[in-house]
Design a protein around this ligand. Structure first.
Ligand SMILES: [Fe+2]
Ligand SMILES: [Fe+2]
Length: 218
């Protein structure tokens, strides 16, 4: 489904810009890096990752899963992913004023690196959980419900500009791995697993899938 392919492609760019943000934060902490790039990171994560990408999941994909594929909007994956969007936005709110602060100062420099690490770590796990669980499960479930395409609004000119800025930032700032972060596949990487979401079998499977599963077990 085109929407799901586009969301996956958007994850790739968002993930790459997150790696560039870690490089930028480290450089700024050493007194390097331009203020314009700080503002460009802000626009990318606010407009392209937030107002466009996360909102597209919330406004187009999640309602379709709830209305057509019988997924609960109030618990499990949908609620968990929406909550993660909110939590990441809160970290971004704290990071935002430091992105182009000048002079930065030692305390603010430390905060910038910590918040950029926290934000991109959460974002990385969120993306891994969506790529490995949400998108493949959505593909199957929406197809079963005969939903073969989902249309949403088109991106605004400002959102497209923010995406182009992200592509420029990726070229300008090398990707830095999150040394302390854990990336991977499946529910175990999801920040909500075990707290607000009980995982794919418990939250996504319907009765017939469970009985099929017990038939396999014999
Ligand atoms: Fe998301
Ligand atoms: Fe996403």
């Amino acid at each position: 489904m085109r929407l799901l392919e586009e969301l996956r492609a958007e994850h790739e760019l968002i993930d790459r810009v997150a790696g560039s943000l870690r490089s930028f934060a480290a450089a700024r902490a050493k007194g390097e890096g331009g203020l314009d790039d700080g503002a460009a990171f802000r626009r990318f994560f606010r407009l392209w990752a937030g107002a466009w990408h996360h909102a597209r999941e919330e406004e187009t994909l999640f309602p379709a899963l709830a209305e057509r594929a019988e997924l609960s909007p109030v618990h499990g994956p949908i609620a968990a992913f929406v909550e993660q969007h909110r939590e990441m936005a809160k970290v971004l709110d704290r990071l935002d004023p430091l992105l182009d602060l000048e002079p930065l100062g030692a305390d603010a420099a430390r905060d910038l690196v910590e918040l950029a690490t926290a934000y991109t770590r959460e974002l990385g796990r969120h993306i891994d959980a969506e790529n490995s669980v949400l998108l493949p499960e959505s593909e199957v479930r929406l197809r079963q419900a005969n939903v073969l395409d989902l249309a949403g609004r088109a991106p605004t000119a400002g959102e497209l500009e923010a995406r182009a800025e992200g592509e420029r930032l990726v070229a300008a700032w090398a990707f830095t791995d999150d040394a302390g972060g854990v990336r991977g596949e499946g529910c175990v990487v999801c920040p909500s697993y075990g707290s607000t979401c009980r995982g794919v079998e418990a939250e996504w499977w319907n009765e017939s899938e469970w009985s099929e599963f017990s038939d396999h077990l014999g």
